[in-house]
Design a protein around this ligand. Structure first.
Ligand code: NAP
Length: 219
């Protein structure tokens, strides 16, 4: 963990969040409340005053490059169709950082069996440390990590870099969720496919409340 130079106490890693939509706001607020520095990146930061107020003015709002530079961990919250191009454009800055890919391909699912997060990692290139996470969590549950049964909701995460996986598991725990290790970046394709199922089940079982979540129950 990075150290605060004045106090020599460990400080929480700084977070850059690319995008200013529903998931960006929900995750950014949770991480800010957990004591992280949070910088958002927008295509047009000058138009996002309302977002910034909702996010908390202790956070920062920049363009993409400055938000990436500000984060030791970068969370990509763009529409999936924008991700590969953004990852390629900012590859030099993203390489080596822990990059959390929360984006869901839906109809744009790669047809060679790859996961969306693998496409992101390939776009960043050698040295990419991508972890797929939060794909299977509705935005409206991020501020409610404990479900109505009193148990923490699961966050499924997957990746190939052991240290990055540990970092993301810790982040998930810090905001009140239960990290569930779902394997490698290749295996994250299962998470991509769980999302349309999650939306269908939320509709059929819970009237599209968008507050449903998966749980793997023990015996
Ligand atoms: N909503 C959920 O419950 C949920 C749950 C899990 C995962 N996800 C995934 O997380 C990602 C973000 O979801 P979201 O619901 O937060 O989306 P959203 O509200 O539409 O936000 C996406 C953000 O991406 C930026 N952006 C860049 N290029 C864009 C473009 N061409 N069109 C629209 N926005 C663009 C925008 O920020 P600027 O205008 O500031 O650039 C926008 O606010 C998606 O990939 C989604 O599949 C969503």
């Amino acid at each position: 963990m990075p150290t605060d130079t004045k106090s020599h106490t460990p400080r929480k890693p700084r977070i850059g969040i690319i995008g200013t939509g529903n998931m960006a706001l929900a995750l950014g607020r949770a991480l800010l409340a957990a004591g992280h520095f949070v910088a958002y990146g927008s295509r047009r930061p000058e138009t996002k005053n309302e977002f910034h107020e909702a996010a908390g003015t202790e956070s920062r709002l920049y363009g993409y490059q400055a938000a990436i530079d500000a984060g030791e961990i970068v969370i990509i919250t763009l529409p999936y169709k924008e991700v590969a191009a953004a990852a390629r454009k900012y590859a030099d800055s993203l390489r080596g950082k822990v990059v959390i890919d929360i984006t869901n391909p839906f109809a744009a699912q790669p047809n060679d069996g790859s996961s969306g997060a693998q496409v992101t990692a390939t776009a960043i290139g050698d040295g990419a440390r991508v972890v797929a996470a939060f794909k299977t969590n509705f935005a409206s549950t991020i501020g409610e990590p404990v479900d109505s049964s009193g148990q923490p909701r699961e966050v499924h995460y997957a990746g190939d870099d052991e240290q990055a996986m540990k970092t993301v598991a810790e982040l998930i725990r810090e905001i009140g969720f239960k990290p569930v290790n779902c394997g490698t970046l290749a295996q994250a394709v299962a998470l991509d496919h769980m999302v349309p199922l999650m939306i269908r089940l939320d509709a059929s079982e819970h009237a599209s409340c968008r507050k449903s979540s998966f749980r793997i129950a023990g015996p």
